[in-house]
Write a protein that binds this ligand. Structure first.
Ligand code: AMP
Ligand code: MG
Length: 693
């Protein structure tokens, strides 16, 4: 039977500091539930007992991770208890640990155990005020005979040793108090609890040792959003376990039992990380579109800064082959697994030898048999004073550090002749001269270009963690709207916005979702917004965004309590309605196609970039001479439909906001800042091509 519940416990040997949730305390996370804060070990033992009881009564199966080692380095149990059975150590700890919410005897116990070992140690780090005879404060251990780490610790970087009793991150004390509690729990549920890997994981409750460091990237992402680290750890590990493929889980549990124990997922880190990546990101905050109070017209830059500060990715990462990753947003840094080039090689076709040629005297070198080609190295060493045939990309054979170009040589009877000078190392590439193993090849948040895929492949990646494409729902509102191409009656107009907005979304690499046209009817609009929020990560509506009688988008968002009317000091553009509908952000655009496009480019696009995991991006404009005359009043930003001709920006003949032909005529926008301006031909203006948004 499969597991039905997945949990992780983050233990602490610290003292009860009160009811306020904090880090470095005990946290219990379970997939599908909010993590709970357990303020002390008594409470934790009680809650775990209740949880185990509920699992058994309901016929569930629970896989629960605990962040303490279950076993010690080989030989410790025998030395302490006379037995190799790992539970003998658990029994010993249960019998000897005294523990209350206000303190415990872990340092005294370590001191007592050290007393039975030769030399100094194995435990160290007395953090008490008073000295203890056998527990040193510093690591001066010697001659105690125990290995420093278990086999599984060596396989997982960053784990602490069991011998360290104090200091940030130390697990020595945690293991004492946790194993005593876990031993009582397992004995209270005889035959119901298995401790992995010592026992077969076929019982209703299986305890596994987990190391949250395996999912550090995901934990760091949550921390960056203000989550308490330990809370994020239990939540992410429990959910990752729940998201594992059944076959992967079976494989992870199939390790040979050893008295040292094993870290769940060690050796399968990639699969655990992939499972963690399937966890949905947290929703946006309700007030993410709130404007500062008392401001009448918000300047464009203020509005953009607010979006930048409050939005975060709403898509989750997924692994994708480098052959399918173009245009996708990188979800984590790409670290070079291998240097490029991986080994020194030749940059040209020619002859390799050692030492360069310091002067222009002619020289003859006998050729060795064989050659080095890309993928077919020369095996053997080229003796000093000899040369070897080398082809571009071949690894430099031993004994070769310089290559002379084929064109600069003559060959005859098994020897080559050429003239120097040639510096040592000429025509070769050094290992890692392009990028060294371990370096960040590509930063997270980057939209992958074809060249990026070459780089990622060269440094050893066949698969990249990228964000799932943002799903953008588009709907138009207005009783007057008709489907393009339909038979039009009086007073009706064709829906021009939907085709434009859907195409923009597709062109930006998002997944467009067409929600269609909605009449000016509140109930219908409500149903369609529900549908859009269900299917998409973000909703783009056009029309009905002002405060009039028929402006139902803004009215509905206002009713739902998460609406902000953005009065941006911007032309063209009327109030934008921004809000959340069932936690999904809605960009309520003006109906006018010109204003709809400008507002989409200026506000929705940078916001979408953040929502889809991209870094913040300021569209890059170019300063060019104006080919027009324009007088502008202060107090608002203006965007003019424009195009570049002969190096200058010309603007559309009319600024009328109904002129759709001008949108199509233009190839970008000229941006004029908030101040007054008197523009005459030849003055520099900022032109932003549509493609730069
Ligand atoms: P509204 O924002 O709903 O007041 O609409 C402003 C203007 O834009 C009106 O003239 C509408 O008819 C027009 N309009 C609204 N939606 C569209 C659309 N999808 N396509 C073309 N024009 C539209
Ligand atoms: Mg309307």
């Amino acid at each position: 039977m499969r597991f039905t519940r997945f949990a992780m416990l983050d233990w602490s040997s610290g003292n009860d500091t009160g009811p306020t949730p904090r880090k470095d305390a005990i946290w219990l996370g379970e997939a599908g539930r909010e993590p709970v804060y357990l303020r002390n070990r008594d409470l934790a033992e009680f809650v775990l007992g209740a949880m185990f009881g509920a699992v058994v009564n309901a016929g569930d199966r629970l896989l629960i991770g605990v962040d303490v080692p279950f076993g010690y380095p080989a030989g410790f149990g025998k030395a302490l208890t006379g037995s190799d059975d790992p539970f003998a150590v658990w029994d010993w700890l249960e019998a000897n640990v005294t523990d209350t919410p206000k303190g415990n005897n872990r340092f005294q116990l370590a001191d007592q155990i050290n007393g039975g070992f030769p030399g100094i140690g194995p435990f160290w780090f007395n953090a008490l005020k008073d000295d203890l005879p056998n527990l040193p404060r510093k690591d001066v251990r010697d001659g105690h005979g125990m290995a420093e780490r278990r086999a599984c610790d060596a396989a997982v970087p960053g784990t602490f040793t069991l011998w360290q009793m104090g200091g940030a991150g130390a697990v020595g004390g945690q293991a004492f108090t946790a194993l005593a509690v876990l031993n009582r729990l397992r004995k209270n549920f005889p035959d119901q609890v298995a401790v992995w890997p010592f026992q077969t994981p076929e019982t209703p409750i299986v305890l596994v040792e987990t190391w949250p460091g395996l999912l550090n990237d995901a934990v760091k992402r949550a921390e960056a959003m203000g989550e308490i680290r330990d809370k994020a750890q239990v939540n992410i590990m429990a959910q990752a376990m729940a998201h594992l493929d059944a076959a992967d889980l079976d494989e992870m549990l199939a390790v040979d039992a050893t008295a040292e124990g094993w870290i769940f997922g060690a050796g399968h880190e990639d699969r655990l990380r992939k499972a963690a990546s399937r966890i949905a990101p947290p929703p946006l905050r309700n007030d993410c579109f709130a404007l500062p109070p008392g401001v009448d017209w918000t300047p464009v830059d203020t509005a953009l800064n607010m979006l930048r500060d409050r939005l975060h990715p709403v898509t989750s990462p997924e692994p994708v082959s480098v052959f399918a990753a173009a245009g996708r947003v990188l979800a984590e840094d790409v670290i070079a697994k291998r240097s490029n080039p991986p080994q020194p090689n030749t940059a040209v076709d020619g002859y390799g030898f050692k030492g360069g040629a310091p002067d222009d005297a002619p020289r003859w070198l006998p050729l060795v048999d064989g050659r080095a080609a890309a993928g077919a190295p020369y095996d053997g060493t080229v003796p000093d004073g000899h040369a070897v045939r080398v082809l571009t990309g071949a690894a430099l054979p031993d004994g070769v550090d310089t290559v002379v170009l084929e064109e600069d040589t003559t060959t005859d009877a098994g020897q080559i002749a050429f003239r120097g000078p040639l510096r040592q190392g000429a025509n070769t590439r050094k290992a890692g001269e392009d990028i060294a193993a371990g370096a960040v090849a590509l930063p997270k948040g980057r939209v992958l270009t074809p060249a990026d895929l070459a780089l990622a492949s060269a440094v050893g990646h066949g698969e990249l963690m990228v964000q799932r494409p943002l799903r953008v729902a588009v709907l138009s509102t207005g009783d007057e709207l008709l489907e393009p191409g339909d038979e039009a009656g009086p007073g009706q107009i064709f829906d021009a916005n939907r085709p434009m907005l859907l195409a923009l979304a597709a062109g930006w690499g998002y997944a467009p979702i067409d929600i269609g046209r909605v009449p000016d009817d509140r109930d219908t609009l409500k149903t369609r917004l529900d549908e859009a929020a269900e299917k998409a990560d973000v909703i783009l509506t056009s029309g009905g965004a002002s405060a009039g009688d028929e402006d139902h988008v803004s009215a509905l968002l206002r009713e739902s309590g998460a609406m902000e009317e953005w009065r941006i000091a911007l032309k063209p553009g009327r109030p934008l309605a921004l809000g959340l509908w069932n936690n999904t952000p809605v960009f309520g655009l003006p109906g006018n196609p010109v204003a709809a496009l400008v507002c989409t480019l200026v506000f929705a696009r940078p916001a979408f970039r953040l929502l889809s995991g991209e870094a913040w991006h300021q569209p890059k404009g170019v300063m060019v001479p104006a080919a027009f005359t324009k007088r502008k009043k202060p107090g608002r930003h203006e965007y003019l439909r424009a195009r570049l001709r002969d190096g200058a920006a010309e603007v559309f003949k009319s600024e009328g906001s109904g002129r759709i032909s001008g949108l199509s005529w233009a190839e970008g926008l000229v941006e004029l800042g908030d101040g007054a301006a008197e523009i005459t031909p030849g003055m520099p203006v900022k032109f932003i091509p549509y493609s730069a948004f």
